[in-house]
Design a protein around this ligand. Structure first.
Ligand code: COA
Length: 316
């Protein structure tokens, strides 16, 4: 890691990439094995299909390579790799395996904050840049299909696999991160959890009830730190857990759904990958221009919550 530099403390996203497994599992596929229906899943969650397959390492290498290619950055120029995941392939060493396969020569570590993990990692990476790193690769990947009980109709329709990555580069001045918030409430840890090696346990109704409140609390703190209001937001990238949670959050913020990035219909809930995948799809669709204010906001097991306000392209 380089020495702490004077002055240049900001960062911007200069490249992004996603990886979705090839295998599509539709609601109709689930009807064959579970006492459920396409109509129930779509109405209650907004999910129509999800992608299953791959490992946390293989998906991360694909999304990470795509982000490096788009940024035009060679592996030797990355100073740190942060991999947000709640499903590492091994007890330790998942990020170093990704580092090796991408040809990076830098520190590499996993960060687990459940579905808030990518925003935690992104804030972490801005901190590394403030401390002197030039470029950080941030990846959010989960392979939740490996820890889902496929016989449990309360959870099986929700969770899936994906990866999203961004390259963060240092710039002079304040950069893109105008405000951020990382939050946790361990007293609610029994609402959504898994033992090491076990499958997901969830009190769905109570998670739903709290989700909107903790997301909004976090979003409001980030916007206050950034000195903006919801009217200033061009794009909201919420964690993709349930379309009704996204709708309720938008309603609470007073912004229409057209300003929200939504992928849940074709991805399901991919935890640490959900926000970077939704952000990358919005960027690829040309929905973001320089100077736009973007709110990233997530919540998850723990319970954790995290948000960040970005000014796209940075602030001179
Ligand atoms: N198919 C058909 N029926 C189902 C079903 C399924 N897959 N899952 C549950 N049901 C049934 C229940 O058994 C219940 O039946 P009953 O009324 O006869 O008892 C009924 O549907 C309603 O169940 P309920 O749990 O009250 O539904 P809900 O509207 O709360 O929706 C969730 C369930 C899980 C979709 C919703 O609570 C949710 O999304 N919670 C948040 C979960 C989340 O976001 N987790 C990840 C956080 S990162």
């Amino acid at each position: 890691m380089p020495a702490t530099r004077q002055g240049a403390t900001g960062a911007v996203i200069s490249g992004w990439g996603i990886a979705l497994p090839d295998k599509v599992v539709t609601n109709q596929d689930l009807e064959a094995t579970l006492d459920t229906s396409d109509e129930w899943i779509v109405t209650r969650t907004g999910i129509r299909e999800r992608r299953i397959g791959g490992s946390t390492v293989s998906l991360s290498v694909s999304s990470g390579q795509a982000a490096l290619d788009l940024a035009g950055v060679t592996p030797d120029r990355i100073d740190a790799l942060v991999v947000a995941t709640t499903t590492p392939d091994r007890q330790w060493g998942t990020a170093p395996m990704i580092q090796d396969q991408l040809g990076l020569r830098c520190g590499a570590y996993e960060l687990n904050a459940a579905c808030s993990g990518f925003v935690y990692a992104l804030v972490n990476a801005h901190g590394l840049i403030a401390m002197g790193a030039e470029r950080v690769l941030v990846i959010g990947t989960d392979t939740l299909s490996r820890i889902t009980d496929w016989d449990d109709r309360a959870t099986a329709p929700l969770f899936a696999d994906a990866s999203g990555a961004v390259v963060l580069e240092s710039v002079d001045g304040r950069g893109q991160l105008l405000g951020w918030d990382l939050d946790a409430d361990g007293s609610a840890s029994e609402l959504l959890w898994a033992t090491v090696g076990g499958t997901i346990n969830m009190e769905g109704k109570e998670v739903f009830r709290r989700a909107v409140r903790i997301m909004m609390d976090s979003a409001e703190k980030s916007m206050r730190h950034a000195g903006i209001t919801a009217d200033d937001l061009s794009l909201i990238v919420p964690h993709q857990a349930n379309i009704r949670i996204i709708q309720a959050a938008c309603e609470r913020l007073g912004v229409d759904m057209e300003r929200a990035a939504v992928t849940i219909d074709h991805t399901g809930n991919t935890s640490s990958a959900s926000i970077p995948v939704a952000l990358a799809e919005a960027l690829d669709d040309g929905r973001v221009k320089t100077g736009d204010h973007i709110l990233l906001v997530g919540f998850g097991g723990g319970m954790t919550a995290a948000s960040a306000v970005l000014r796209w392209g940075g602030t001179s």
